[in-house]
Design a protein. Structure first.
Length: 219
């Protein structure tokens, strides 16, 4: 979801204001996903690399995350959307972790649609933590009955993404779901994230629907 900072700068606002405006696009896309019967909508909201941003901006993002979890709970119930956060939770404050866990538990009964926030996440981190857990289990069991590596990923149990949408004119994967995106279709748009709404989301889905996915096969 690229472009919050540039959107804010263009309007003479703080970067925090850009992140707040981007939250409105999250709400719009969640509702659009329900309408189009998209089972999983995953949003890359805060990467491992983002921890290197100015302390004030990081603190504002953490506060916004906490605020929006509380604010959006009624929307999750109204639209029957399950809520899940994936990432390195050890870097979050106990308060924020508790709020995330409470929201996840409160919406766990909703299975038809799930909103996933990738928060304090990176694809390299995910593969590294999966490999470490795999190695520990391999050593403990002597390799007997070893599960595949992908079952140790933070996204285990969730299908690999069919479509990755990237806003803001960037055309790179930026350390996002490196393992899971092996056969994902990509859609790039110059529109900044705070301006990306339902019509834009639908345009991306329509582009995806028109593609012939070959999965490396000739026909």
């Amino acid at each position: 979801m690229d472009g919050n900072g540039r959107w804010a700068t263009a309007k003479g606002l703080s970067r925090s204001a850009g992140h707040a405006a981007g939250a409105e696009s999250v709400r719009a896309c969640m509702k659009a996903a329900v309408k189009r019967d998209v089972k999983y909508l995953s949003l890359y909201t805060f990467s491992q690399e983002n921890w290197n941003r100015p302390e004030k901006e990081v603190a504002a993002i953490m506060d916004l995350m906490s605020y929006n979890i509380r604010k959006e709970l009624p929307e999750f119930h109204e639209n029957e959307v399950g809520f899940k956060v994936i990432g390195d939770m050890d870097r979050l404050t106990p308060r924020l972790r508790n709020e995330i866990e409470a929201a996840e538990a409160e919406t766990a009964q909703y299975k038809d649609h799930t909103l996933i926030l990738m928060f304090s996440y990176s694809g390299k981190w995910d593969i590294e933590q999966a490999a470490q857990r795999y190695a520990r289990d391999f050593a403990a069991a002597g390799g007997a009955g070893q599960r595949p590596l992908e079952s140790y990923l933070a996204t285990a149990g969730i299908p690999d993404p069919d479509l990755l949408i990237r806003t803001g004119g960037e055309q790179r994967i930026s350390n996002y779901m490196l393992w899971q995106c092996a056969y994902t279709e990509f859609y790039f748009t110059d529109k900044l994230w705070p301006d990306f709404r339902e019509d834009d989301f639908n345009a991306a889905l329509d582009s995806f629907a028109a593609r012939d996915r070959r999965y490396g096969k000739v026909n």
